[in-house]
Design a protein around this ligand. Sequence first.
Ligand code: MRU
Length: 362
Amino acid sequence: MKIDGQAYRSVWLDADDRWSVHVIDQTKLPWALEILRLTTRDEAAHAISSMQIRGAPLIGAVAAYGLCLALRADASTDAMERDAALLNATRPTAINLRWAVERMLTRLRNTPQADRVAVAYDEAGLIADEDAAQNETIGRHGLKLIEAAIRPGRRVNVLTHCNAGWLATVDWGTALSPIYTAFNAGIDIHVWVDETRPRNQGAALTAWELGKHGVPHTVVADNAGGHLMQHAQVDLIIVGADRVTRTGDVCNKIGTYLKALAARDNNVPFWVALPSSTIDWTVSDGVAEIPIEERSGAEVTDMTGRLADGTIATMRVVSADSPAANPAFDVTPARLVTGLITERGRCDATADGLLGLFPERR
Ligand code: MRU
């Protein structure tokens, strides 16, 4: 997608050396566009754990490139297995991380040590390219939902939570891909952007990337969604996912579940967009089985913003003696999900629905 007319992906190789890895530092957005150059395994691991890069598909792609960087230092089998485990441990919930690292290992374990670096870069490149292509296809499948919501004389209002745009993937995004596709097709569309406390991925990232593409949008407090739905201001909801079970339960950014509950009470369609790398075929009960990342309470007690003089400042918004808890994800049970949008098309959020699209998993 484009930033001020220039095409970007969220991760790319250095054009000169062809081995170091560039990413956009998402902790600096929306105030500054800063590009990081990752040259070691530890820099890649830090980029993931500190959320300089985030979003399930992008975490997977950067972990794959992190393994490439690790192999440049030591391509022995012991080091490769150790480094893969280290990268796997950077964040616990998004299954794309484990999917990408396992895919890399499957190819590399059958590769002679001397060839591993070249093969690793080839595989990481495939992972990145496939993610971009799959997300573009998700956009075309999701477009039909937006077209179906068009009413004479009024714009289509879509609500989204967190950031499941191109910044969260290699390109296009998942939940935002149908929105970009609809906007590019000339559909009169407007997006309600949940701010997504505590880290504000909606306010800081989704609003920024929609704005850079020219898509009309409005940031709302997380608590506003139910009210907007009661007043017919939301035609459909599209969110992304960090992990979807084989039965269609959806794990996504904390607060997604509450939006699904409000959507059900107001008959608003609640769709989830995901590439197949987000499906965990080993898990059936999302609430019981998916590990939920617990992050620092400081993300709840503190907020970062730009002061009037342009300085970026972090300040505490909770009384000094109150502790805070910070579960980073929740699980929306499949019964609350209208359907799933994947690169192979749309399906019910059920085991049969997913197996219908992915029969090789039967
Ligand atoms: O903690 P984050 O910012 O990595 O969480 C991201 C989300 O929850 C996204 O909705 C999800 O990864 C889908 S990204 C296409």
